[in-house]
Design a protein around this ligand. Structure first.
Ligand code: ADP
Ligand code: MG
Length: 240
C-alpha cells in the first residue's frame, strides 16, 4: 500500500544542508493503522510530505498504491466563514468533483458520524473535539485511500485528546481506510495502532517496529495489563 525503501531526504537552504531522513525503511499495509513515533524535529512531518509526494526523496524509492491521500493536521484549519457543511464540501471543490452525488455522500458520512445537527452551524459554535471530527469527515469526503495524520490531537487538552483520538481511530477503522499517523505521544501510538514504528533523532531512521496485538479498541488497550510494558519498551527505544 505504502512502502519507504531506503529513503533519504535533505533540506537545502542558504544556511546549508539539513539531513531530515536517512535510510528509512518501513511499510504500511492496506487497512493498517500505523503510527510513527519520534522526538520533536526528527523528521516526522517530512516523512508525511514524502509519502504524499509533496517532497521527492534525495535517494530511495517510495511505493504507493493507486489511491489518493488525505491529510489531517494539528490545527483543524476549518474556515470560520463557511458552515460545517461548506467546510466538508471544500475538498470536492478543490478536486473538481463537486457533484450532487459526491455532496450527498459527504453529507451521509457526516450524518453517520453524528454531525447531522451541526451541518448548518459555524465551526466557531463547535467544541475542539467536534471540530476535529469535522476535519476528519472533510478529509474523508474526497474519498482518499490513505490518511496521513500529522499530530492531529496535540493541540487538544488531555481529556478531549483521549476522546477525539479514539473517535478518529474508530471512524477510520469502520471506513476501512489505511492510516499513517505521526506523533511524539507514546500512549497515543500504542492505543491507536496496529503497528508502531520508532524513529531515531534527526536524521530519522527506523530504530524498531512493533505489531500491537493486545486488546482491540483504544480504550481496551489503555486498560490492558500489556500497556505499561509496551510503553516502557518504546520509551527506552526513544531514549527518554
Ligand atoms: P518533526 O515533524 O519530527 O518535528 P520535521 O520533519 O518538521 O520534524 O523537520 C525535520 C528537520 O528538518 C528539522 O530539523 C527542521 O528544522 C528541518 N526542516 C523542516 N522543514 C524544513 C524546511 N522547509 N527547510 C529547511 N529545514 C526544514
Ligand atoms: Mg512535525
Amino acid at each position: 500500500m505504502l512502502e519507504f525503501k531506503q529513503i533519504s531526504y535533505s533540506y537545502h537552504t542558504k544556511k546549508g544542508e539539513t539531513a531530515a531522513v536517512s535510510d528509512l525503511n518501513f511499510k504500511v499495509g492496506k487497512g493498517q493503522f500505523v503510527s510513527v513515533i519520534g522526538p520533536s524535529g526528527c523528521g516526522k512531518s517530512t516523512i508525511l510530505s514524502l509519502a504524499a509526494g509533496l517532497l521527492s526523496p534525495s535517494s530511495g524509492e517510495i511505493i504507493t498504491g493507486s489511491g489518493e491521500f488525505g491529510y489531517m493536521l494539528q490545527k483543524d484549519a476549518l474556515f470560520e466563514w463557511r458552515s460545517v457543511e461548506q467546510n466538508i464540501f471544500l475538498p470536492l471543490e478543490i478536486k473538481r468533483v463537486n457533484t450532487a452525488e459526491m455532496r450527498a455522500k459527504a453529507v451521509a458520512l457526516a450524518e453517520k458520524y453524528g454531525l447531522k445537527d451541526f451541518l448548518k452551524k459555524s465551526p466557531s459554535q463547535l467544541s475542539g473535539g467536534m471540530r476535529q471530527r469535522v476535519a476528519l469527515i472533510r478529509t474523508l469526503a474526497a474519498q482518499p485511500e490513505i490518511l496521513l495524520l500529522d499530530e492531529p490531537f496535540s493541540a487538544l487538552d488531555y481529556q478531549t485528546r483521549l476522546e477525539v483520538c479514539d473517535d478518529v481511530q474508530s471512524i477510520i477503522k469502520s471506513e476501512k481506510k489505511t492510516a499513517l499517523l505521526v506523533t511524539h505521544d507514546i500512549s497515543e501510538a500504542i492505543a491507536l495502532s496496529d503497528k508502531v514504528v520508532v524513529l531515531s533523532s534527526r536524521p530519522a531512521h527506523v530504530v524498531a517496529e512493533h505489531d500491537i496485538t493486545f486488546a482491540d479498541t483504544p480504550k481496551g488497550r489503555r486498560n490492558d495489563s500489556h500497556f505499561a510494558a509496551m510503553f516502557e519498551i518504546l520509551r527506552k527505544e526513544l531514549g527518554i
